[in-house]
Design a protein. Structure first.
Length: 270
């Protein structure tokens, strides 16, 4: 299979890197403040309504911060638009949840349905962001499994939204069965796709580079063993440092450099 083109790897700009740092700082600060508030109120009257509100705020902030962090991992990559949508869903879900917790919203059923829908979409978006981050697209089998997994997640979320907004949907036995089956398939893909990508990477790294059998036999007959190609620890460290600075993995940076070298190499002369 041909190697992926260099255009599939998006090099994050300085603004993307700054935005990603800002997101991380906001997550750390808000969760730290919420955790500190939870600890303070737990030292007082734990049966008061204020204690419940502060502890619930800590839990909600932590949960939606994790969801926002999952979306932030895609910034600077091909699917960064999906990460931005996930961050927006997490922020909207947290704001609406805190309004229900601290404010006095009207008892409209539509608001509850909106809250449940935002929480559902945020959870699905954060899981899908992790799958997109961990899945390798170098294998056609992984790409197909990734597409099927994302499709199953989308279908499961859509069916669940139907049960949230349509009251009579709970009375449909076939719809509930179908929703459960699709969620099971989606959960299977969420587990299988990243693990398969990891196993393929390890097997590819462990497989020795194929060489000409004639040259191997000649080197063995002459008693000279060809040295195994390897990178020093310092070279690996420099490669990982450069990849981290650009917001990509070491494999993606190496693929981009090799593709750029192939394009710059002169073609055959007539």
């Amino acid at each position: 299979m041909a190697a992926p083109q260099a255009s599939t790897v998006r090099e994050p700009s300085s603004s993307i890197r700054v935005f990603r740092r800002v997101i991380a700082i906001i997550i750390v600060v808000t969760f730290s403040l919420a955790a500190a508030g939870g600890i303070i109120v737990l030292l007082g009257d734990i049966e008061s309504e204020l204690t419940f509100q502060v502890v619930s705020t800590t839990a909600l902030t932590g949960a939606f911060s994790v969801a926002a962090f999952c979306g932030a991992t895609l910034l600077g990559r091909r699917a960064q638009w999906f990460g931005i949508v996930t961050i927006g869903l997490a922020a909207a879900s947290l704001a609406l949840s805190l309004w229900f917790l601290w404010g006095d919203p009207p008892g409209d059923e539509t608001l509850f349905q909106l809250l449940y829908s935002l929480i559902l979409l945020t959870a699905v978006g954060s899981v899908a962001s992790l799958v997109l981050l961990l899945a390798s697209t170098n294998s056609w089998a992984v790409r197909i499994a990734l597409a099927l997994t994302l499709g199953a997640l989308s279908l499961a979320a859509a069916l669940t939204l139907v049960t949230i907004w349509v009251e009579t949907a709970w009375q449909s036995d076939w719809l509930m069965r179908l929703t459960a089956i699709v969620w099971i398939l989606a959960a299977l893909g969420v587990v299988v796709v990243p693990l398969t990508s990891l196993l393929l990477r390890k097997s590819k790294a462990a497989t020795p580079t194929s060489s000409d059998p004639m040259s191997d036999s000649a080197s063995q007959s002459s008693g000279q063993a060809s040295p195994a190609p390897h990178l020093s620890a310092s070279a690996l460290h420099r490669l990982e440092t450069a990849a981290r600075a650009q917001g990509v993995t070491a494999d993606e940076l190496l693929d981009r450099l090799l593709d750029a070298d192939d394009r710059s190499a002169p073609g055959p002369q007539s």
